[in-house]
Design a protein around this ligand. Structure first.
Ligand SMILES: Cc1cc2nc3c(=O)[nH]c(=O)nc-3n(C[C@H](O)[C@H](O)[C@H](O)COP(=O)(O)O)c2cc1C
Length: 301
């Protein structure tokens, strides 16, 4: 899965199906977790992996009960003796940072495998320690129940960048003027993009993630798209004459009344695309005239 897609695939999930998580999958998740950057590569973490049904059920006394429905609960702990021994008390902070990074790796790996989970900070650490017989040298940082999501969780909004980012200095603009009449937008994530009533004649889009974008009343004559993720994008009332698409993922995209005359599509993923009531005269796919092929099929089927 492409990384930007994976970022959006990871969601905190709090209801799971009955699908088991195999030992092989658990090992893959732990492998991902332990690939995280960590202070001095001392890997100051320890993971308890709870799959036993009776033990999992007892987590109802430790944290929110929905967590017990996950087929596996990772109990993420620090193991700080070596690091604190070398750098003193301040190094405890490093061990929390280590485990947080490991947790995110684990959650991303889970999303990559069609699973999901939730980082849980609210739990009774004393009860968890007692239940699993966790030694004092392991400080419990988080629980991460993991399984297959029962339903797709909504993507949670984030604050606008302007609220959480302070720039010190000027960054190069991602939009650069390529020619007098052409603009290039490159290597950018445009989250929940809403484009309305825009003339985009001649714009070039390259390596952009626009999943779930919505486009209305846009003139895209001569626009070129390459390496674009437009999963779930919605298009309405568009003029796309001579637009060209290359390596574009448009799964679940929906087009209403677009004018696509002269548009070229190359190396696109059109799985599950449905065309109804469309004018197809002159359209070719891999050199085959679609209208003629359909006519031939209807006559001979
Ligand atoms: C430090 C931390 C503690 C959290 N604790 C809990 C928790 O105790 N219970 C829970 O349901 N979710 C918990 N979460 C998950 C957040 O609620 C969730 O990440 C946030 O709402 C954003 O949603 P998303 O993960 O789907 O993007 C925690 C997340 C973090 C990073």
């Amino acid at each position: 899965m492409e990384f930007n897609e994976l970022l959006y695939k990871r969601r905190s999930v709090r209801a799971f199906t009955e699908r088991e998580v195999t030992r092989g999958e658990i090992d893959t998740l732990l492998e991902a977790a332990t690939r995280a950057p960590n202070a001095c590569n001392m890997q100051s973490w320890h993971f308890y992996v709870v799959t036993d049904g009776e033990v999992r059920a007892k987590f109802a006394d430790i944290c929110a009960t929905w967590a017990t429905t996950a087929p596996v609960i990772f109990v993420v702990c620090t193991d700080n003796e070596a690091l604190v021994g070398r750098f003193g008390e301040r190094a405890k902070l490093f061990t929390y940072q280590d485990t947080a990074l490991a947790a995110e790796n684990l959650l991303l790996a889970a999303a990559d495998m069609g699973l999901n989970g939730c980082f849980m900070g609210a739990f009774d650490a004393g009860r968890c320690r007692a239940l699993l017989n966790i030694p004092e040298k392991h400080e419990i940082v988080a629980l991460i129940p993991v399984g297959e999501a029962q339903t797709e969780s909504p993507l949670r909004e984030r604050k606008p960048m302007s609220d959480v980012v302070t720039y010190i200095g000027e960054a190069a603009s991602t939009v650069s003027e390529a020619r007098d009449d052409r603009y290039v937008l490159r290597d950018t994530i445009i989250k929940h993009a809403r484009f309305e009533n825009i003339n985009m004649t001649g714009v070039e889009f390259d390596n952009i993630k626009m999943a779930d974008g919505s486009f209305n009343n846009i003139n895209m004559s001569g626009v070129s798209f390459s390496d674009i993720n437009m999963t779930g994008a919605k298009f309405g009332g568009m003029c796309m004459n001579k637009t060209s698409f290359g390596c574009v993922d448009m799964r679940e995209a929906r087009f209403d009344n677009p004018d696509l005359r002269g548009t070229e599509f190359r190396n696109c993923n059109f799985s599950d695309v449905k065309l109804d009531g469309c004018e197809l005269s002159g359209m070719t796919i891999d050199g085959i005239n679609v209208a003629e092929a359909l006519e031939f099929y209807r006559k001979n089927k």
